[in-house]
Design a protein around this ligand. Structure first.
Ligand SMILES: Cc1cc2nc3c(=O)[nH]c(=O)nc-3n(C[C@H](O)[C@H](O)[C@H](O)COP(=O)(O)O)c2cc1C
Length: 195
C-alpha cells in the first residue's frame, strides 16, 4: 500500500471518476472504461459480469486505472479491443501489469474485499503504484463529455435494444458536433459505427 498518497494528484476525486481500466491475463491485455467510486479516501469499483475486466479482476486481483482524455481511445476501449501497441507492461514486486501509453497518469490498485452479487462484483481498491506521464491542462469541453455520455448510452442500447437510448446518443452526438474538435467528431463517428 502507498502511504500518504494524495489521490487528487492523480485526478481521482470524490464521486465517480471515469477511467480506462487496463488488466491482463497471460499475454492477453484488455482496456475498458470503468468508474472509480471515491468516498473520502475509500475507493471502490463495481464491475458487471460477463466482461473481460470482470474475469481478469477476479483472477488477477489487480487493475490499473488510466486517466486519459483521448476520445478515440475511450470509444475504442468501450466497443472493441485496443491494439497491443497502445499498452505498456510494468513490472513491480514480481508482478506484471499493463497500462496505456497515452494515459496522462495511472494508478495501479490491488483489488481486495471483493464481494460478488448475482450481476456484478464490488471491490475495494488499494493503490500500490503510480505514474505520471504528462500534465495536461485542458478546459472542460462539452464535446468530450458528450462522447462519454454517448458511450454509456450506447452500452445500454447494445444490452437492451431500447430505442430511447438511440435518441439520447443522437442528442449527445449533436453536442459533439457543436462543441467537439476533430478528434471528438471522429470518435463520435466511430461510436455510430458500433451501433
Ligand atoms: C464512461 C463509461 C463508464 C463505465 N463504467 C463501468 C463500470 O464502472 N463498471 C462496469 O462494469 N462497466 C462500466 N462501463 C461499461 C464497460 O466499459 C463495457 O461493458 C465494456 O464493454 C467492458 O469491456 P471488457 O469486456 O473489455 O471488460 C462503462 C462504460 C463507459 C462508457
Amino acid at each position: 500500500m502507498l502511504r500518504n498518497l494524495n489521490l487528487d494528484d492523480f485526478g481521482i476525486y470524490e464521486g465517480i471518476s471515469e477511467t480506462i481500466v487496463t488488466t491482463s491475463r497471460g499475454w492477453a491485455m484488455n482496456a475498458a472504461p470503468m468508474g472509480i467510486i471515491r468516498r473520502k479516501d475509500k475507493l471502490f469499483m463495481r464491475i458487471f459480469k460477463d466482461s473481460t475486466t470482470y474475469n481478469n479482476v477476479l483472477s488477477e486481483k489487480i487493475l490499473v486505472a488510466n486517466v486519459i482524455w483521448d476520445p478515440i481511445i475511450i470509444v475504442s476501449a468501450t466497443f472493441s479491443d485496443l491494439n497491443d501497441s497502445e499498452f505498456e507492461t510494468v513490472n513491480f514486486n514480481s508482478r506484471t501489469f499493463v497500462s496505456l501509453k497515452k494515459a496522462q497518469c495511472w494508478v495501479a490498485f490491488e483489488c481486495t474485499n471483493t464481494k460478488l452479487t448475482s450481476e456484478s462484483l464490488v471491490t475495494e481498491l488499494v493503490p500500490v503504484r503510480t505514474h505520471i506521464n504528462k500534465c495536461m491542462i485542458r478546459a472542460p469541453n462539452r464535446g468530450l463529455f458528450g462522447i462519454i455520455e454517448a458511450c454509456i448510452h450506447a452500452t445500454r442500447y447494445r444490452l437492451t435494444n431500447d430505442g430511447k437510448y438511440l435518441k439520447l446518443i443522437k442528442a449527445y452526438g449533436d453536442i459533439v458536433e457543436k462543441c467537439g474538435g476533430e478528434n471528438e467528431k471522429e470518435a463520435m463517428n466511430l461510436l455510430y459505427s458500433y451501433l
